[in-house]
Design a protein around this ligand. Sequence first.
Ligand SMILES: [Ca+2]
Ligand SMILES: [Ca+2]
Ligand SMILES: [Ca+2]
Ligand SMILES: [Ca+2]
Length: 417
Amino acid sequence: MLSPRRAGWPFLAPPGFCTEQAGNADARTMLLPLALIAVLPLAVLLADPPVSEIEPNQTRPTATPATLSSTGSITGVCRGFLDTPESTANDTRDIWRITLAANPLVVQKHTLQLTTSGTQGHTGTVVGVLATGGVADPDSMFSLQSTSINTVPARFCQVYTLGNAAPSFLYRVTGSSASSSPYTVTLTSETVSPTQLTFPCPLAAGSIKFTTVNRTTLNTKLFLFDGATLAPIPGAINDDTVLSPTSGSPQSTLVRTLAAGSYILAIANGGAVDDRPPPADDRAATQSSWSLTESPGLLVNGSSSATGSFSFTVSDMFGDREVNATKPGAYGIAFFRLTVAARCGNADLGRQGGVACHDGALDNNDLIVFINAFFQVPPNYVFTDVGTTGGVRGSDGILNNNDWIVYIDDFFNGCPG
Ligand SMILES: [Ca+2]
Ligand SMILES: [Ca+2]
Ligand SMILES: [Ca+2]
Ligand SMILES: [Ca+2]
């Protein structure tokens, strides 16, 4: 890469072109545009022209629309925060409706950097809606994330997208009488590669539990997505763990029955949201209200703190796996890809060496694990309580011949087609 000083006129002269003649005005005229192009970063050359605000734009219905590609930007003047209709353009906030041109098949991080050439003092905010009594109010405006002067760099917002080609959100700019110069908000989009999780014993299809309880002191939230389409799985989020009918934990626990396949787990903190309301098994569902984004596949973490533990435990019928992770910077959300594997039917409990882990096959190892689990003290009911009275499939909290009948039946039935 040429440095500006080395690339600057007149050093860009092509071979054989005389630049020693101080009086050669024609040469200067021809070389200057070339030199300017050489010193401009590629991103600037390719950037879309900024979208200019259209006043009045201090209310949700009058938001200035801006569809931004990964090199897009918006610009305006904002010297206040008022939102009343009689306010003037000089002392009102600016509301934008930003639509991102996102790649639905990858996880993307979109950074909105707020700058001005004049006096600093603008604040940018990603705005969502408020749901009260379980009903989202489409006219509401709820601050999900605001720029901070303490982040590095200062004054940026950051949202994540997946599974959605055109997520949109409101973005608000406020200022003060001193912030009289135009502001610019520049978008930078980058792909985030989820951390691939692999375990000595792969996760088995069935009930899977993710929890941050006892793994961090942060107020976390968990979000689950389909690993193929990256679409949100309806209701598969958890903010706060239910500990009892009247108590909860700010750490999160998500338990869902998962079929074989690939999944994306996202961990965030600071009242992070997407468009999914808390499901019934989320302690947050007992709150009188909660905030949401207006688009699926749009995640916002409101916490500007740059560090902290995002460690969690994931468990299936074969036990716990510990995953250690840290928050990826201010407003950061961590993404993990995990694979859930099918067992060879219910009898697939063991693998080579009589080790308790499914391996997609049925042989002596499965019988060894079942027998050990049945006779160990205390027994492993998850592995062995598979039969009820009459040798009928089900669990009854009792281990006897009925469990043997069902297990042996499963064993000789082989792998399900
Ligand atoms: Ca304005
Ligand atoms: Ca929480
Ligand atoms: Ca097996
Ligand atoms: Ca039983």
